[in-house]
Design a protein around this ligand. Structure first.
Ligand SMILES: Cc1cc2nc3c(=O)[nH]c(=O)nc-3n(C[C@H](O)[C@H](O)[C@H](O)COP(=O)(O)O)c2cc1C
Length: 413
């Protein structure tokens, strides 16, 4: 069952002609005949949960506006896609940009937004160009802009290119960056629904969350719910990378087993080697050992085994992978990307990097392992945004689950 990859491989899939020829914009036409409340209720019934990482129910997010609505509502698409191991949003934006434009326009209709922004990571130049072209095409055909399809509803969109900071994927840092300031997360509350872009009500979603909306409106909430295992809501794009035979982007129902994804979609481990570990939801998710991969890829199931679905970036590591080296790269990434606003994150990530570098260089002591674990504990929950968790959780679990590999590197005294 393909929703987001249904046009994959179709020549010229990014053009309006091909998109509308394959049924595109029919959902928008339908949505324009519904009231905003009806659209919200359909999305709520579908069970759609945000695909940006936290899994917040989309309909519930939109409903928050009934309580917090200000004069203006802005709709933002989070296309920062900075999580290492993740390459799903880029596909939709480059090869099916009208799907996102249509999804955003329906979401705008539901939330009462008249202006939307796609905040796209700076490196995604091709995708940004594809989006600008799609927006121009849609506007020329009356699917976007003033008085869409004669409905009286107007919605305008802009593409804004970021400048390569991982933390700008965090929604309030993204808003700051969009306002032209340094991308540093805001204290919450207030949440964006109450005070977001320019202090106005703001709804922010990942690219793929918004791209599911046309399917839901066209086929009804039951059709979407029926796809995921145990009614867990639709499909998910999984980005499989690392030591597999067939790395790539795959769409499977929510709740598909991790084992199946690795061995069926990913074609199993390269050159017949053994699996050692899997990072299941992008680099910031806690690592799983080989004997922990019999788990369903959905929010609840992964939570129950101490990790998370996150961005759906599955990084597969074979028996030859060195976990201390992976921890070293991870620590370097987070120390570099910390925005520096909160002392526990700014100092903690640099200290962790220093200690792991020392262990990998062969001059660490046993107390360094304890110190890294202590720092991870301190960082979690003591920062303004969830970057602290993202930086601490992978390192902490790599150390806990593969401690002997780190111990083998300690200096002998
Ligand atoms: C450090 C950090 C980086 C993030 N990066 C992204 C990102 O690149 N893309 C994204 O969609 N969400 C990212 N998020 C999550 C967003 O803050 C937010 O939850 C998401 O855009 C909401 O969209 P959703 O409701 O569709 O999931 C990040 C969060 C944190 C803490």
């Amino acid at each position: 069952m393909k929703i987001l990859l249904k046009n994959k491989g179709i020549p010229d899939s990014q053009s309006l002609e091909i998109y509308s020829g394959r049924g595109g914009y029919a959902a928008l036409r339908k949505a324009l005949s519904l009231s905003p409340e009806e659209i919200i209720s359909i999305v709520e019934d579908s069970g759609l949960r945000g695909r940006g990482g936290a899994g917040f129910p989309a309909g519930a997010k939109w409903k928050l506006l009934t309580k917090y609505r200000r004069k203006t509502v802005y709709l933002i698409c989070n296309a920062d896609e900075g999580e290492p191991g993740t390459f799903k949003d880029r596909y939709v934006m480059e090869f099916d940009p009208h799907l996102l434009v249509e999804g955003m326009t329906i979401a705008a209709r539901a939330t009462g937004a008249h202006h939307g922004f796609i905040y796209i990571r700076g490196e995604y130049l091709r995708m940004a160009k594809a989006l600008v072209k799609a927006i121009e095409e849609a506007q020329a055909k009356g699917f976007l802009g003033n008085n869409i399809m004669g409905s009286g509803f107007s919605f305008f969109m802009d593409v804004f290119r970021g400048a390569g900071a991982y933390v700008c994927g965090e929604e309030t840092a993204l808003i700051e960056s969009l306002e032209g300031k340094a991308g540093r997360p805001r204290l919450k509350p207030p949440f964006p629904a109450a005070a977001g872009l320019y202090g106005e009500s703001t709804v922010i979603h990942n690219v793929t969350t918004l791209s599911f909306i046309p399917f839901i409106i066209e086929n009804g909430p039951e059709a979407f719910r029926a796809i995921g295992k145990l009614g867990r809501g639709g499909t998910k794009l999984f980005c499989i990378s690392g030591h597999v035979n067939k790395p790539g982007l795959y769409e499977y129902p929510m709740g598909t087993s991790l084992k199946k994804l690795i061995y069926e979609a990913g074609g199993g481990i390269k050159e017949g080697r053994r699996l050692k570990a899997v990072i299941p939801g992008g680099l910031s998710s806690p690592i799983l050992k080989e004997d922990e991969i019999d788990v369903d890829m959905d929010f609840q199931s992964l939570h129950s085994v101490g990790t998370m679905l996150g961005s759906g970036g599955i990084i597969v590591l074979d028996e030859d992978a060195s976990i201390p080296l992976i921890a070293q790269k991870t620590a370097k990434f987070y120390a570099h990307e910390s925005c520096g606003q909160c002392a526990p994150c700014r100092e903690g990530t640099n200290m962790i990097k220093f200690l792991i570098d020392r262990i990998v260089a062969g001059s660490g002591a046993a107390k360094d392992i304890e110190q890294v674990l202590r720092l991870c504990r301190y960082i979690k929950g003591s920062t303004i945004c969830a970057f602290g968790y993202a930086a601490a959780m992978p390192i902490e679990t790599m150390l806990r689950k593969f401690r002997s590999e780190f111990e083998a590197l300690l200096r002998n005294i």
